[in-house]
Design a protein around this ligand. Structure first.
Ligand code: GLA
Length: 471
């Protein structure tokens, strides 16, 4: 019982107020510990709970967050007269919320609908100092939008209950962009500088579940103090909010040990663009920093290589596979930025590929690394579940062809490796599954066997190697 109590508290606590409250609620557990006086038991619960406040153990983002954010696709379009479909407005978010559910994304796990920059009025409310959403583009207000988002599944479920076999029994969640500096990056709205407590409270009032805090216009601000301070302001509200920080991106020598204590996820590379070159650049940046980046990521704390750009204009089908597979290897948040109304069915199927999402969301939470580069081929490897009967882990392995091979930069390439050279030592071998085609099992491979793949240009092959039991 005590174990259950501890687990429960560790998972549900985010702030001092909340842990005390939580301990109070859980004090019913004390009845299950008859030999311990009630007061001592209650204090024990509070102490256990408080232990979690030191780092960012807010119980959130135990697996990388999944959702949708407009910035890469819709940028900062504010003219809703000329561009009614594309402007940053409540209409765009309601339409996207509907599509997240009706097109099956929510059921696949994409749950956060996050408003990026350009949602605010240029100035704060003169009397209360609160932030205000742009009156013309968000006429119903953000509480209304957040309620729409979180009620949506319930409403839709009633209408499709009969035909729906895949029902995800939770609502969508609502996220919001802000900036730790004087103004937001697009300069349209005021930043959080000097207003941490008010802004955190406003977000809690609007039932925000996820905050992306950018780092523009930070002259005179010490990011190593400002990001933790805003995180504490969020915690003080008592409302659990995933905390996404752009903090390391704005520093030459980020202190990931510190960042990890305060943020659920953090950007470490440039803004993604809708191109395979941009995807490859981010992969390269990760590769150069991978020792440091992988050390600090795990349940509750994730490296964020930025949004998924599948479904837009410039990624081929193969390049789309590549971004998705690599983001899953990195244990990256899967936050799409696209127009869900125009995503082609084959890209939608990729985005909803359950086997790949399962790799991304693997409960071990160990991010992968690039373990081998040979000309244009990169081999990326991530330990995942399940384990075999002696605890050897499975591996998700991505063979990427980044396509600058001298001989034929734009050709498919053949690559062969002996499995033990990848560190696969299980003598009983590994059953290999094609993660893009869950029905395709490639067979059983032993450590000394050669494994050969043929990889399209700017493409990837992605497999799961599951160790057989040892008898
Ligand atoms: C920065 C961030 C982007 C986006 C824009 C919005 O560039 O890195 O992800 O939020 O600001 O202005």
């Amino acid at each position: 019982m005590l174990k259950e109590v501890m687990q429960d508290i560790l998972i549900s606590c985010g702030s001092v107020a909340k842990v005390v409250q939580s301990a109070r609620v859980k004090s019913s557990y004390c009845k299950a510990l008859p030999r311990m006086p009630r007061e001592d038991c209650f204090l024990l619960l509070v102490a256990l709970a408080l232990k979690t406040v030191a780092g960012l153990e807010n119980g959130l983002a135990r697996t990388p967050p999944m959702g949708w954010m407009p910035f890469e696709r819709f940028r900062c379009v504010t003219d809703c007269v000329k561009f009614p479909r594309d402007c940053i407005s409540e209409r765009l978010f309601m339409r996207t919320a509907d599509l997240l559910v009706s097109e099956g994304y929510a059921a696949a796990g994409y749950e956060y609908l996050i408003i990026d920059d350009c949602w605010m009025e240029k100035e704060r409310n003169r009397i209360t100092n609160e932030l205000m959403p742009d009156r013309e583009r968000f006429p119903s207000g953000l509480s209304h939008l957040s309620a729409y988002v979180s009620q949506l599944l319930i409403t839709i479920l009633f209408s499709v209950l009969v035909s729906a076999c895949q029902i995800h029994n939770k609502s969508l969640k609502f996220g919001l962009y802000h900036d730790v500096g004087a103004r937001t990056c697009m300069h349209l709205g005021p930043g959080a500088k000097g207003f941490h407590a008010i802004d955190a409270k406003t977000f809690a009032k609007w039932n925000v579940d996820y905050v992306k805090l950018d780092g523009c216009y930070v002259q005179g601000i010490d990011l190593n103090k400002a990001y933790p301070a805003f995180g504490q302001a969020l915690n003080k509200t008592g409302r659990p909010m995933v905390y996404s920080c752009s903090w390391p991106y704005y520093q030459n020598h980020p202190n990931f040990e510190l960042i990890k204590k305060h943020c659920n996820l953090w950007r470490f590379a440039d803004d993604i663009r809708d191109s395979i070159a941009s995807v490859a650049r981010i992969m390269l940046k990760y590769y150069r920093m991978q020792q440091n980046l992988t050390k600090h990521a795990g349940p509750g704390s994730w490296n964020d290589p930025d949004m998924l750009v599948l479904g837009n204009f410039h990624l081929s089908y193969d390049a789309s596979r590549m971004q998705l597979a690599l983001w899953a290897v990195l244990a990256a948040p899967l936050i799409m930025s696209n127009d869900l109304q125009t995503v082609r069915p084959e890209i939608r199927a990729l985005l909803q590929n359950r086997a790949i999402i399962e790799v991304d969301q693997d409960p071990l939470g160990i991010p992968g690394q690039c373990v081998l580069i040979s000309n244009s081929i990169q081999v990326w490897l991530r330990p995942v579940m399940p384990t075999n009967n002696i605890g050897l882990r499975s591996f998700a392995v991505a063979f990427a062809n980044v396509g600058n091979h001298e001989e034929c930069p734009l050709c498919p390439l053949t690559f062969t490796i002996v499995l033990q050279d990848l560190g696969f030592t299980n003598q009983m071998g590994y059953t290999v599954y094609d993660l893009f085609d869950s029905k395709h099992i490639l067979g059983l491979f032993k450590p000394k066997d050669e494994f050969t793949v043929r990889i399209n240009p700017s493409g990837v092959e992605f497999y799961k190697f599951k160790p057989e039991d040892i008898y």
